[in-house]
Design a binder for this molecule. Structure first.
Ligand SMILES: [Zn+2]
Ligand SMILES: [Zn+2]
Length: 176
């Protein structure tokens, strides 16, 4: 390592982040003199990216080379973000498909419930028809005596009504 930073012509201390130019000069620079932000520095360190000083590596001086993408921490950052967005999109899509499947199942359940409801309605209708018939039959078999003529023995009359009822196979009850 040379002792002086070409950026500020000052001595390079042992502590602190310094970066080496991968261009022809191969000089070491202070982070500040290399104009590298904290987030770029982290990226350069974690991804082991190459950096070139302004003198060696003006982007316009380079040929259009797809490999250059790796030299731009900013672009790398954007690419990483795009990839993570894509990943979360894929996860969301997966969840959406699961929800869709659940919806379809619920719809099928609903159809089943509707069918059951229809058959119950039919059953109720047929039961109420049966009840109507039974009511009519009951009406036909009823013997209703409203009030007693004077001088009639109520006990004897009731006995007689019960007897008639038995013949007709109809139950009888006394109401007062
Ligand atoms: Zn410097
Ligand atoms: Zn350089």
């Amino acid at each position: 390592m040379s002792d002086k930073c070409p950026g500020c012509k000052m001595l390079l201390e042992k502590k602190g982040f310094k970066i080496r130019c991968f261009g022809p000069c191969s000089c070491w620079f202070h982070q500040k003199c290399a104009e590298i932000s904290e987030s770029d520095r982290k990226l350069i360190e974690s991804k082991k990216l190459k950096w070139a000083c302004n003198g060696c590596g003006e982007p316009s001086d380079h040929e259009e080379d797809p490999e250059d993408e790796d030299n731009s921490p900013m672009l790398r950052d954007v690419m990483d973000k795009l990839i993570s967005i894509e990943n979360s999109n894929r996860a969301l899509l997966k969840q959406l498909k699961l929800q869709e499947a659940k919806c379809t199942r619920l719809e099928e359940d609903l159809i089943d419930i509707r069918k059951e409801h229809e058959s119950l309605k039919k059953e109720i209708a047929s039961l109420s028809r049966d009840k109507g018939k039974a009511d009519q039959e009951l009406l036909r078999n009823n013997i209703i005596i409203n009030g007693l003529p004077k001088g009639v023995d109520a006990g004897a009359l009731e006995e007689a009504v019960v007897k008639i009822g038995n013949i007709l196979q109809v139950s009888s009850n006394s109401q007062g």
